[in-house]
Design a protein. Structure first.
Length: 323
């Protein structure tokens, strides 16, 4: 069922001359500007008892604003009893460690069996929150940490923090090729011109900034740590491909197997059979959206990446000894 809400507030004297949509965004800051504007245009906002639907109407200060609206449940998605690796949970948020082969949100080709379906089963009240509280996504085969909001105010504040770049997201990855040093990629990302399911560096795209540093060198691969300033679709994968160091296993973005010269049969088989992008969201740090407490979470690197890293490390050491 949809949740009915009715809120009342008074326009401050300091808001004299503001547009109505700007004024209500300040007064009802638990909701996003876009959602408030939709409600305004739909006739859900009254000013001194009169319904106003024009966002540009100016306020003078002292008016009483009443908001009557409905929070629609995510009824079109089914709750499913799927396992969730919950790292942290309280009344407002939960943090999960997502495994590989787990799509975050239903879409074309994946109508169910997603993180969203699992969230609806784990905490049914999250149906009242848009996108079942999902604040940011990870690709199907990217593993690691995600924060989810259990209430509308928590989601609004987390999305705002993400937009202001106040949420720190650090990743571990294995890139193909020998990277000499860390750096930053500041290149916009948009849809690929011919492959419509993929993204690409595109000057007409949205701004995207990725920071990276070298953690360990191997003979033909590099273990790296990355931090996102922005959160574009496939951002790390696209930026690493742009640097001509695509991620191990990321066939979509050029990560074809590269076998070190003289590698053992075991390592060769491991590299050829690594069938996902070697990318893991290892650390998440942010202020709690309600209490303001600074929270930091870490998720151990998954077994497939640990085994690959160790095999590449052994190969590098053996070949140093033989030189």
């Amino acid at each position: 069922m949809a949740q009915q809400i009715e809120l009342t507030s008074t326009v401050k004297d300091s808001q004299l001359g503001q547009r109505l949509d700007q004024a209500i965004a300040e007064l009802f800051s638990d909701f996003s500007r876009s959602r408030l504007k939709e409600w305004l245009v739909a006739g859900k906002v009254q000013v001194d008892g009169t319904v106003i639907t024009k966002p540009r109407v100016k306020v003078m200060g002292g008016e009483q604003i009443t908001l009557q609206a409905e929070l629609e449940d995510e009824e079109r998605w089914e709750a499913q009893d799927l396992p969730l690796d919950i790292v942290y949970e309280d009344d407002d948020i939960l943090v999960i460690n997502k495994p590989r082969d787990f799509v975050v949100h239903p879409g074309a080709g994946t109508p169910d069996g997603t993180v969203l379906n699992a969230l609806l089963h784990h905490y049914p009240a999250i149906a009242e929150v848009p996108r079942a509280g999902i604040v940011h996504r990870l690709d199907k085969d990217t593993t690691g940490l995600m924060v989810v909001a259990k209430t509308v105010p928590a989601q609004t504040r987390l999305v705002r923090a993400l937009q202001k770049r106040n949420i720190t997201r650090e990743y571990e990855a294995i890139a193909i090729g020998k990277m000499t040093a860390g750096g930053m990629v500041d290149k916009p990302i948009g849809r690929h011109s011919t492959k419509r399911t993929l993204m690409a560096v595109n000057e007409l795209g949205k701004p995207a900034v990725t920071h990276y540093r070298v953690a360990e060198h191997f003979r033909e691969h590099t273990r790296i740590r990355l931090r996102l300033e922005t959160g574009r679709t496939h951002q790390i994968r696209v930026h690493m491909s742009y640097l001509q160091h695509p991620l191990l296993g990321d066939i979509a973005y050029g990560g074809r197997a590269r076998i070190p010269r003289g590698a053992s049969e075991e390592l060769t088989a491991m590299i050829r059979s690594f069938d996902r992008q070697a990318l893991h969201a290892v650390m998440l740090k942010f202020e709690h959206p309600v209490t303001g407490e600074e929270l930091e979470f870490h998720a151990p690197v998954p077994d497939d990446m640990v085994a690959m890293t160790e095999a590449l490390r052994v190969d590098t050491q053996l070949n140093k000894e033989e030189e």
